[in-house]
Design a protein around this ligand. Structure first.
Ligand SMILES: CC(C)(COP(=O)(O)OP(=O)(O)OC[C@H]1O[C@@H](n2cnc3c(N)ncnc32)[C@H](O)[C@@H]1OP(=O)(O)O)[C@@H](O)C(=O)NCCC(=O)NCCS
Length: 346
């Protein structure tokens, strides 16, 4: 907690402090999927003072349908007073030399990417690309204004006229929210239906998540903290015969970008499902809709008015060449529900 405070600042109030403490305990100590091979690392000075941390969270993975020991690396921190002393690189090298078969992180910053590359990790290009589909473009731009309070005050004052302009511009082809044109309908589903739908429709890939416990844990965490994650929606697409033919996990917060965390459907259904999810995000007051490029969405995103850019690198490491090879061939099915997003860490 001391290191977190020095690196990320003091919590503004008691509730935020409690949340930070509980969140760190839940992720790094009370994780439901213990794995002897996976341990978080701290860097201690001789006096026992902790000045660096690299969290490793056990993540069961299937490689060619066989279970392997996986870990998500996250919360990579060095005390601001001790940066540039090669503590970070030592933590990374120790993590990469660990017992796990696969280590990955999917919210890696530019500076951590550089260090990870030096330490010997690889980067997955496709899983590092994200798309954003503007829904209320001016509100979207204003929500990104950071910096001095005068600048933020100005952005706040501009919010009302921006809302009017966004309404007027909503007829432009690249902003217009689609109208549903199929017999598909999108409805809330429960966790069990989501799991069944995923197991039925998800394409078989070399590297896949291996435990429903992780997904259930992730859903419970996110539903319990709407102020951090927004409203978590488990959505299913139903065809004319009321058969479940696709799924989407969506996080919405009014006035912010809605995040697609997981999306799957058959090729025929996927574009229509994407339209329905876009409508859903717009109705929830989102300024835009965003997600990671996954194979299901590649064609849809390139045919829609979306911005695509690398954002939050996906880095990986394995001592097994065949696992490395699977990443390089993009033979990977890991959604954002399998990675760092669900931790809600800064
Ligand atoms: C990212 C972070 C953990 C790095 O920790 P650190 O202890 O300062 O890093 P190191 O001292 O090991 O490395 C610092 C520099 O040495 C360089 N370096 C380290 N080993 C090297 C090597 N073998 N060859 C060449 N350069 C090397 C790095 O490229 C880096 O260069 P820079 O100063 O130009 O950025 C730290 O900056 C931090 O806590 N940042 C805030 C939190 C954060 O952003 N975390 C990452 C989230 S994904």
């Amino acid at each position: 907690m001391g290191l977190a405070e020095r690196a990320h600042g003091v919590c503004p109030n008691e509730a935020a402090l409690q949340w930070r403490r509980q969140n760190l305990l839940d992720i790094f100590l009370n994780h439901p999927l213990g794995d002897q091979n996976v341990r978080s690392l701290v860097f201690e000075e001789k006096c026992g003072h902790v000045v660096g941390f690299l969290g490793l969270v056990p993540k069961p993975i299937l490689f060619r349908r066989e279970p392997i020991s996986g870990a998500v690396g996250t919360y990579f921190l060095v005390d601001p007073a001790n940066r540039g002393k090669l503590i970070g690189i030592q933590l990374l090298r120790a993590a990469l030399a660990g017992q796990q078969d696969l280590l990955f992180g999917d919210a890696v910053s530019d500076v951590a990417k550089r260090l990870l590359s030096i330490a010997g990790a690889g980067v997955s290009t496709r899983l590092s690309y994200h798309w954003v589909r503007p829904l209320r473009p001016l509100a979207l731009v204003l929500s990104k204004v950071k910096g001095p309070s005068a600048k933020r005050g100005l952005a706040k004052a501009a919010a009302a006229p921006a809302a009017i302009l966004d309404r007027l511009s909503s007829r432009l082809p690249f902003i217009r929210v689609p109208r549903p044109t199929t017999d598909l309908s999108l409805r809330e589903i429960d966790r069990d239906s989501l799991l069944i739908c995923k197991s039925r429709l998800e394409p078989r890939k070399g590297i896949q998540p291996n435990s429903n416990i992780w997904l259930s844990w992730a859903i419970a965490r996110m539903q319990a903290s709407p102020s951090i994650f927004g409203c978590l929606r488990l959505l299913g697409s139903f065809d004319r015969t009321d058969r479940l033919v696709g799924w989407c996990v969506l996080c919405t917060k009014p006035g912010q970008i809605a995040e697609v965390l997981d999306f799957g459907a058959t090729d025929k259904v996927a574009p229509h499902q994407f339209d329905l999810v876009t409508i859903e995000a717009f109705r929830a007051g989102a300024t835009g809709l965003a997600g990671r490029i996954d194979p299901n969405l590649l064609g849809i995103v390139s045919n829609s008015y979306c911005f695509v850019r690398p954002n939050n690198w996906m880095m990986f490491h394995s001592r097994h060449p065949e696992i490395w090879d699977a990443f390089e061939r993009d033979d990977v099915d890991l959604s954002r529900m399998d990675g760092e997003f669900i931790f809600g860490l800064p």
